[in-house]
Write a new protein. Structure first.
Length: 309
């Protein structure tokens, strides 16, 4: 079953601790389980030039809420933490065995947890043999420091190659893939402002359907572009967007809801089902997103949304 994931990227930087706690509290009240962060969140929004702020806020929230650890699952990532603040992502830590071990220890310390529920390779690192990366991640599962593994911003073929190495060597492999995805689609090959982002394609959807790899979608609500068109990246300015928005508005009107909830319902109930990551900045926006869990699309509505192109 797919479910809405609370994106915690802005916690501790653009969203202060008090507001972060309020979002986390409300998310749990609404039945939410998964919280997604990364060890480099949010280095570009902090004077130090290094990340860790989001994990630290989540860790303090867990410590302040007895029983919260049993109710939530923590998803975090490594590989994109800068080693040189001046160079940012150009100095990313990468995915060597030593980095994976050290980063996992630091993340668990910041989060105040003994085990990470889902640990992601945040970005590719082709300077390191894939066998080394896969073995280091698998060792964390064997030792009990991590429950599950995933790959973020990796091509599907690379994920499957890593899964094959894991199966051959007898260690746990990647069972989840996290990419940029929403109802609107960019022009094929069009550059996105965030150069590290990889976008879901039909091939990725087929890969996840046939392998059972879980698909998580970030930027699921397009940074508010569904309701604030000025935020729409140039890559999405094409005739397909116009047709998709028309279909989206028609279905939303039938349901008596808005674009955001309709997009989330489409993501949650499709094939394969998708875990949309929602980075709400207010409790009201979070409630709006969580309401989508009770919103069902009938087969005709889903077909019309799927076929608009």
């Amino acid at each position: 079953m797919s479910e809405i994931v609370l994106g915690a990227m802005l916690f501790g930087t653009r969203i202060d601790e008090s507001a972060s706690f309020a979002l986390l509290d409300r998310f749990v009240e609404r039945g939410g389980r998964w919280i997604d962060t990364a060890n480099n969140y949010m280095f570009w929004g902090h004077p130090s030039g290094f990340g860790g702020q989001s994990e630290e806020v989540i860790g303090r929230w867990l410590a302040a809420r007895p029983g919260a650890r049993e109710r939530v699952r923590i998803s975090t990532k490594l590989g994109g933490q800068p080693t040189d603040a001046a160079r940012g992502l150009d100095s990313a830590e990468g995915l060597s065995a030593g980095v994976i071990r050290r980063a996992s220890e630091l993340s668990r310390k910041r989060l105040g947890v003994d085990r990470i529920d889902l640990y992601w390779a945040h970005v590719e690192d082709r300077t390191v043999p894939l066998e080394e990366t896969v073995g280091a991640f698998g060792a964390l599962v064997t030792e009990g420091a991590v429950a599950r593994l995933g790959a973020s911003n990796h091509p599907a073929w690379r994920v499957e190659q890593g899964r094959g190495i894991a199966a051959t060597t007898g260690v746990e492999g990647w069972t989840a893939l996290q990419l940029r995805h929403s109802y609107l689609r960019p022009r094929p090959g069009a550059p996105l402002p965030a150069s590290a982002h990889r976008v879901v394609t039909d091939e990725v959807l087929d890969f996840c359907r046939t392998t059972g790899v879980a698909l998580w979608a970030y930027t699921a609500l397009m940074n508010g572009a569904y309701v604030l068109p000025s935020r729409l990246d140039e890559a999405y300015e094409h005739r397909g967007t116009t047709r998709r928005l028309a279909a989206l508005d028609a279905v939303a009107a039938e349901l008596g809801t808005g674009r955001h909830q309709t997009v989330l319902a489409w993501l949650l109930g499709g094939t394969p089902p998708i875990h949309p990551i929602v980075g709400a900045t207010t409790v009201e926006r979070l409630d709006e997103a969580m309401d989508a869990l009770d919103l069902g699309l009938d087969p005709d509505q889903r077909t019309r949304l799927d076929e608009a192109a």
